[in-house]
Design a protein around this ligand. Structure first.
Ligand SMILES: [Zn+2]
Length: 70
């Protein structure tokens, strides 16, 4: 699901900081984000809805799910 861009991008799509400390895919959209931004996502009240939508999409065979959006 993560494309080559996920592995080649150098800075967080959201805050612009370096990804040297780790990177992950946003649960809400297709951004590659740093661990700080990922932690902030997990604090959002709609984080579970984003997770559920992702799981449901994969289960339905949709490997290109774009996320529910921020
Ligand atoms: Zn970030």
């Amino acid at each position: 699901m993560a494309g080559d861009r996920f592995f080649t991008t150098k800075v967080c799509d959201r805050c612009g900081r370096t990804l040297d400390g780790g990177r992950t895919m946003s649960m809400f959209n297709e951004q590659t984000i740093c661990m700080d931004c990922a932690a902030k996502e997990r604090e959002r009240p709609d984080y579970k809805a984003a997770c559920d939508a992702e799981i449901a999409a994969v289960r339905a065979g949709n490997r290109n799910f774009k996320g529910i959006g921020l």
